[in-house]
Design a protein around this ligand. Sequence first.
Ligand code: NI
Length: 163
Amino acid sequence: MALRTILTDGDPALHKACRPVTNFDQRLHDLLDDLKETLANANGAGLAAPQVGILRRAVVVVDAEDNMLELVNPEIISQEGEQEGFEGCLSVPGRWGVVKRPMKVRVRAQDRDGNFFEAEGEEIVARCFCHEIEHLDGHLFTEHTDRLYTTEELDQMMEEQGE
Ligand code: NI
C-alpha cells in the first residue's frame, strides 16, 4: 500500500470521463488499497480514482458505520428527496460550497473481484456517493454552486449557527 498524491482543481485528469474497470486484478486491488490509505491519511469522506490520476471508474466512500466502501463501476440506480448543505473536496482544498443533493440514493456497483452489489446511503453518505460518482465523469462540486467559501468563513458560519 502507498499514499498517492491527490490532484487539485486545474489538473486535466479531474475533468475527464473515466473508463469502466474491466480487469479485477492485482492492479485494481492495489489502486483500491491506495485510495483507502490516501483517504484515511487526508481524513476525507470519499476519494475517486481520477483524483489520484487514474482514469478508471473506482471510488471509496466512508459509510454511516465509518467503514470504507469500495465501489467499482458505480451507478446511482435510484434517489429520493433532497438536501442542501456544505460540501468540499480533497481536490479543492480550503473551499466549500452549498450543494443540493438527493437525501437518499441507491447505488449499484462491483466489488474488487467483480461481484455486483447494491448499497444505500442517506444524508452525508448519499451526498458522498453523488459527489464521488460525479468525479468519474470529470465533474466537481464547484459546478453546482455560485459561491465558494473559505474554511475560515465556513467555521465562522458554523459557530454562528451553534450560538
Ligand atoms: Ni471530491
